[in-house]
Design a protein around this ligand. Structure first.
Ligand SMILES: [Fe+2]
Length: 292
């Protein structure tokens, strides 16, 4: 493979996901190839590159071509080889100490939605994939928030117009505790680093202009100005609609996969079905604008 090789694309589902062939991040990507990656993200929201062999520095360099890095100081403890722009996501322990963030993403969510400026994209690289009986474990499920918005009844779209919701890391931690998931290894006070934020329930994609549902089971606490019971009922029905099994793409990881996703037009869920079987990923977050 080289920087002039033609890129071919295989769409994965009608709603989202595309596998791009002919790209080798280690060998370096031309500007034209990078535009094909960006174009694929805009069209398909989740881009899969197989068989990559990259160092943390190469992952950072590639990710920076999609936008400036986003690091949340709550999670800066786990960085591979001292590379500030990456986070280790893993269940592995060394000398009894976790080497990475565990149980990351075990509720439907979109990265950084509890921040004033959430992650625009996430780049996740698989170094170790757990298996049982030769089958991969630890899939990541993706759902299209654009398709979810498009398929809402007109009266629901009208009802959502102008609504805002509180997105909260504090709320996320409480939901995790209720779901018996490990709390993320937060360093510092959540309120100081990630105070609750309000975002539109329907946001507009900053590049494509398409509308996306922007509420998640993992991070959305309530709809602003709505009685609690009504807010809870509306949010639950939206979550169920966004993550209908028939529209979900479940990515089965292979070692060497680089998966890039758009955090406006998708939500995702980490399937934590692998227990102590080692899993190791490196994650890069890319900054985006405040949702509008
Ligand atoms: Fe995530």
């Amino acid at each position: 493979m080289n920087a002039s090789q033609a890129v071919t694309a295989t769409p994965i589902t009608p709603h989202l996901g595309v596998e791009l062939h002919g790209l080798d991040i280690h060998a370096g990507l031309s500007e034209e190839q990078m535009s094909q990656v960006r174009d694929a993200l805009n069209r398909h929201a989740v881009v899969v590159l197989r068989d990559q062999h990259i160092t943390p520095q190469e992952q950072v360099a590639f990710s920076k071509r999609l936008g400036p890095p986003l690091r949340v100081s709550l999670f800066t403890k786990h960085k591979p080889e001292g590379v500030d722009e990456l986070t280790v996501v893993s269940n592995i322990h060394r000398d009894g100490v976790p080497i990475g963030v565990m149980d990351a993403g075990a509720l439907w969510h979109t990265d950084g939605s509890y921040l004033a400026k959430p992650d625009m994209y996430t780049v996740l690289y698989a170094l170790q994939v757990p298996q049982r009986d030769g089958k991969p474990l630890g899939d990541t499920a993706f759902a299209s928030t654009e398709a979810a918005y498009d398929t809402l009844p007109a009266e629901t779209k009208a009802k959502l117009e102008g609504l805002r919701a509180v997105n909260s890391l504090t709320h996320h931690m409480a939901v995790r505790r209720r779901s018996n998931l490990k709390a993320p290894p937060v360093t510092g006070k959540v309120d100081d680093v990630a105070p609750d934020v309000e975002h539109p329930v329907v946001r507009t994609h900053p590049i494509t202009g398409r509308k996306c549902l922007f509420v998640t089971e993992g991070h959305t606490e309530r709809i602003v100005g709505m009685p609690a019971a009504e807010s809870e009922a509306l949010l639950s029905s939206l979550y169920a609609h966004i993550t209908r099994p028939e529209v979900v793409y479940r990515h089965k990881w292979r070692v060497g996969d680089v998966v890039i996703w758009d955090n406006c037009s998708t939500q995702h869920l980490a399937i934590t079905d692998y227990g102590d079987i080692p899993r190791l990923m490196h994650r890069a977050g890319i900054s985006g604008p405040a949702p509008f």
